[in-house]
Design a protein around this ligand. Structure first.
Ligand code: NIG
Ligand code: FE
Length: 449
């Protein structure tokens, strides 16, 4: 496949009825319901200009034109994209995915319908371990081809950046191959990937009954090699009853930090395992899932945020939906306690074969009680912080990444409302039009009257 042009570009996007800029940084508490929205008044329209891949100016069209002229540019000389009365938001950021794996696990759904538990299937050598077996046997080319397919799917639903975990190798060779797949895919674009090492996703069969020996393997072999190659930005652990307990998770994440990797964890997904408190204690970037978090765990996250070291609660409603769980993450309590909330799909073959973050936003409104605005904040600026890109991504502010989506609705509240509808009219990554019907008008054709 030919590598498309990845160079940052200049682009003028005009004709928007609304722009949710998400200016103002990480949101928590009541600020989670403020998306810093600009609305066009009367017959006027709004515009965004991107120069060399970064946001240059946002506002009413005449002001944007005037600022471009002030920069010595002629708006008529810029590539032009028409928003057609739609809404512009920053490109969505999927803060939690397991993008690369081999095989499918649809048979587990039947087992769960018949009453089997997710962790029982794993303990019997199925679940994650069955994907590990197939992933180890798969070629890097096959893993790349599948991951590419799903990355395109994510992009089509408005995602311009996604966190991507390894974790289906559980041996050094395959873990590195998965991270190399992400490196290659990120270089291809247009989806930008933020790679995470998840060697502690499960205990592989060859270490069955020897959890500490596997932790040792991660700490002494896998982590140093991953860090040396510089192909992961953070390290994740599945901190869960029967998988990795708090002490082992702490050991792994502290070692990761010693190697310069940020910490994140699958925390309190199925049982209250003390994961949220551990995330607060070690200053993790994010604590993910939290469907079974205790009041104590919420309090620990709240304290961390109050003390200026926020751990982003990354909630994954597609997973509780797909696992037919009785409990969903207590999003309202988290927000009320001042914990910043982000969203992800958790795309993976076992608990969330769902690559569509727009649907996760809708689920967050229905299942978790978020407002549409809180869900948008969770899928943009707060997700940027959850993946460690808070200083550059997730908002349409001068100097930030020129990543945006033009939605086929006149205001952002309708994005999670039209459940499952294809609302993405255009996707722009670093100023380049990377998805959408219709063409971008070239320089000199932009006098749209
Ligand atoms: O986030 N629970 C751990 N990891 C994934 C599921 C992985 C799998 O079942 O393959 C999750 O739910
Ligand atoms: Fe996950």
């Amino acid at each position: 496949m030919a590598t498309p042009d990845q160079r940052p570009a200049d682009l003028l996007v005009t004709g928007a009825a609304e722009i949710a800029t998400l200016a103002g940084g990480l949101r928590r508490g009541s600020a989670q319901s403020d998306a810093s929205v600009l609305r066009a008044g009367g017959a006027g329209r709004l515009a965004v200009a991107v120069l060399e891949g970064r946001v240059a100016t946002v506002g009413p069209e005449p002001e944007v034109h005037a600022r471009l002229v002030g920069l010595g540019l002629d708006p008529a000389d810029m590539a032009l994209l028409q928003a057609g009365g739609g809404t512009i938001t920053p490109g969505l950021i999927d803060a939690h995915t397991h993008l690369a794996f081999a095989g499918t696990r649809e048979t587990e759904l039947r087992l769960r319908q018949e009453g089997a538990g997710y962790l029982d299937i794993l303990a019997a050598g199925g679940g994650i371990l069955s994907t590990v077996e197939r992933t180890r046997a798969a070629s890097s080319e096959a893993l790349l081809a599948d991951a590419r397919r799903w990355s395109v799917e994510m992009l089509r639903h408005g995602v311009t950046t996604a966190e991507a975990k390894s974790g289906y190798g559980l041996d050094l060779e395959t873990e590195l191959r998965l991270l190399e797949v992400y490196q290659q895919l990120d270089a291809e674009g247009p989806l930008e990937l933020v790679p995470t090492f998840l060697g502690a996703h499960a205990v592989p069969l060859e270490f069955a009954g020897r959890v500490d020996a596997y932790v040792q393997d991660i700490v002494q072999r896998q982590l140093p090699a991953v860090a040396e190659q510089g192909i992961a930005r953070s390290c994740d652990v599945f901190c869960e009853r029967g998988v990795f307990d708090v002490d082992r998770s702490r050991r792994i994440l502290q070692a990761a930090r010693d190697h310069g990797l940020a910490a994140r964890l699958h925390a309190d997904e199925l049982h209250d395992s003390g994961g949220a408190s551990l995330a607060a204690e070690i200053g993790a970037l994010s604590a993910d899932h939290l469907a079974a978090v205790s009041g104590e765990g919420i309090a620990a996250l709240a304290r961390a945020a109050d003390e200026g070291h926020p751990v982003v609660a990354t909630l994954l409603p597609a997973t509780t939906f797909y696992l037919m769980a009785q409990r969903h993450a207590p999003a309202r309590a988290l927000i009320e306690h001042g914990v910043p909330v982000a969203l992800g799909t958790d795309f993976n073959p076992g608990t969330s074969p769902m690559p569509n973050l727009q649907v996760a936003m809708a689920m967050a409104t229905i299942q978790l009680g978020l407002s549409a605005t809180e869900a948008l904040v969770a899928a943009t600026v707060n997700a940027a912080h959850a993946v460690g890109l808070g200083a550059t991504h997730g908002s349409l502010v001068k100097g930030r990444a020129g990543d945006l989506v033009v939605w086929d609705v006149p205001r952002h509240e309708l994005i999670p409302y039209w459940l499952g509808a294809d609302l993405v009219r255009h996707v722009v990554k670093s100023g380049r039009h990377v998805h959408g019907a219709g063409r971008v008008l070239g320089p000199g054709m932009g006098q749209a009257g």
